[in-house]
Design a protein around this ligand. Structure first.
Ligand code: 4AD
Ligand code: MG
Length: 467
């Protein structure tokens, strides 16, 4: 039986068997077992006087064990029930001198080096259970709202974002100059950077779809917010304009975060404490004023601030850090791309709330976004979160065939690469919109962790693809 189930519905007096990994062994008597089903350990009390000495020696941190005994009300503090052990069986030893995950505080950097064992730690157990809960809540949300889960391909022949940050997929021998016509697919192919373009094709038939898949970016960004392999959720909706798109994104974020608040209490409380301890180690001006749970509740119950790029530029141009030249990139004129320092200023200092920015200059955004009547800006939107920066990027799509075709030509994409995309504008086109949510950025926000490499089991980043 799982520990989570035992603690939820304890059947006192019954004989039960628990299997898990030993977290600690105290006074030759108390084994704390964790099986990953929940944050809590189950205390198992062994009658050491009547046990074989050699077997007792095998009860070490990290060993895998099966314990059978009577579930009893606990005499001690810190737990309500415990098992009075009748028999135990060491399923897998963990030699003390070698096992790296001892019951003491390890740094996250060290745990990253032992990513094969870190799912057994308290912090990563909590993080990965919340990651699961968010994934479940996302599928649940879209299913309830009438969306269909759509599987965009992972190997593609086009660059969806036009940013040229793609990993090649090839079976040609290493170091040859053979033409791509000789390659497996008879052309150049890559790992996808986004499932959006194929997602749009789905929406233009099924109405409302969403993808939830891995995406890959070969950008050389060694930051706490970027991965080379990350998971993205991309809904795409026929007949939605930009405003409906923003409404959906806001509701979606609130309800998935609410799900975690309602269903992951123990893990959140643990991570909240960890988050607050972490804040204390930071300089005063970088500390979060709110605790983790407080932060999540705030997002769930307050309207996101919505403002245009024009308005944002005005605020940034006149703000203190810009005037005192504290920004690395100073904001001088309209058209500047916003860096994360600017986004964070707006969210964390100016509004102290999630912010939705829309109507960006066309030339700093992707080719598929709907051109506004001013012919300078596009119907783009980014959602910025405290402590995270950009969490969602989306837009209303250019649905006019001629305008889109011209744009594709202008940015230099060969038409034969995207003929199928253009055809949806030729045949039965309609207003439509969508967005992309970076899943790990949402997990980062919901867990209060500081580095995106600590919210995915096996992170991929420049010069790092272990495990
Ligand atoms: O803003 P991006 O590049 O937008 C797209 O890919 C669109 N096709 C989405 C759409 O409209 N369907 O990426 C979307 C989100 C970002 O807001 C960010 O949360 C996340 O994906 N993201 C990353 N997350 C982790 N590591 C990276 N390297 C990321 N790049 C983007
Ligand atoms: Mg973006």
């Amino acid at each position: 039986m799982s520990i989570s189930k035992i603690l939820q519905e304890p059947t006192l007096g019954s004989i039960i068997t628990v299997k898990g990994w030993i977290r600690s062994f105290r006074s030759n008597k108390f084994i704390a077992i964790n099986d990953g089903s929940c944050l809590a350990n189950l205390q198992c009390v062994v009658d050491f006087e009547n046990e074989d000495e050699n077997e007792l020696k095998r009860i070490t941190t990290g060993a895998c064990v099966a314990v059978t005994g009577v579930l009893t009300e606990s005499q001690g503090k810190g737990q309500s029930v415990e098992i009075i052990v009748q028999s135990f069986d060491i399923l897998g030893d963990a030699p003390v001198e070698e096992y790296p995950l001892q019951p003491k505080k390890h740094s996250l950097e060290f745990l990253r080096e032992i990513a094969h064992l870190r799912p057994r730690s308290k912090t990563f157990g909590a993080v990965f259970r919340i990651r699961h809960a968010l994934s479940f809540a996302i599928h649940d949300y879209f299913n309830k709202e009438g969306f269909f889960n759509w599987h965009s391909p992972i190997i593609t022949g086009s660059d969806a974002e036009g940013a040229g940050e793609m990993f090649r997929v090839t079976t040609l021998p290493h170091g040859t100059d053979q033409e791509s016509s000789k390659d497996f697919f008879g052309k150049e192919t890559h790992l996808t950077v986004s499932g959006q373009l194929e997602g749009e094709l789905g929406a233009m038939g099924l109405g409302k779809i969403y993808t939830f898949g891995p995406t890959f970016r070969a950008e050389n960004s060694n930051t706490t917010r970027h991965l080379a392999e990350f998971w993205m959720i991309e809904p795409e909706m026929a007949f939605y304009d930009l405003e409906m798109n923003i409404d959906l994104a806001e509701d979606f974020l609130k309800r998935t975060i609410k799900y975690v608040l309602d269903n992951c209490r123990a893990d959140l409380e643990f991570l909240d404490k960890r988050f607050m301890d972490e804040q204390k180690t930071k300089p005063q001006n970088e500390r979060s004023e709110q605790g983790l749970i407080e932060k999540l509740e705030f997002v769930v119950s307050n309207d996101f601030v919505r403002l245009s790029y024009n308005e944002a530029i005005e605020i940034l141009r006149n703000c203190k850090p810009n005037k005192k030249k504290k920004f690395k990139y100073l904001i001088n004129e309209w058209g500047a791309d916003l860096q994360s320092e600017h986004e964070r200023y707006l969210v964390e200092k100016h509004f102290k709330a999630p912010v939705v920015l829309f109507d960006y200059p066309a030339n700093i955004k992707a080719f598929y976004m709907r051109l506004n009547e001013d012919e300078k800006t596009v119907r783009a939107m980014d959602i910025l979160f405290p402590g995270i920066g950009e969490i969602v990027g989306g837009s209303q799509r250019e649905e006019r065939y001629d305008v889109l075709k011209q744009k594709v030509t202008d940015v230099g994409i060969p038409e034969e690469e995207l003929w199928w995309y253009l055809e949806t504008r030729k045949f039965g086109t309609c207003v439509h919109s969508g967005f992309g949510l970076g899943f790990e950025r949402l997990v980062l926000f919901a867990t209060g962790m500081g580095n995106i490499r600590d919210v995915i089991p096996f992170p991929r980043a420049p010069k790092s693809a272990n495990f």
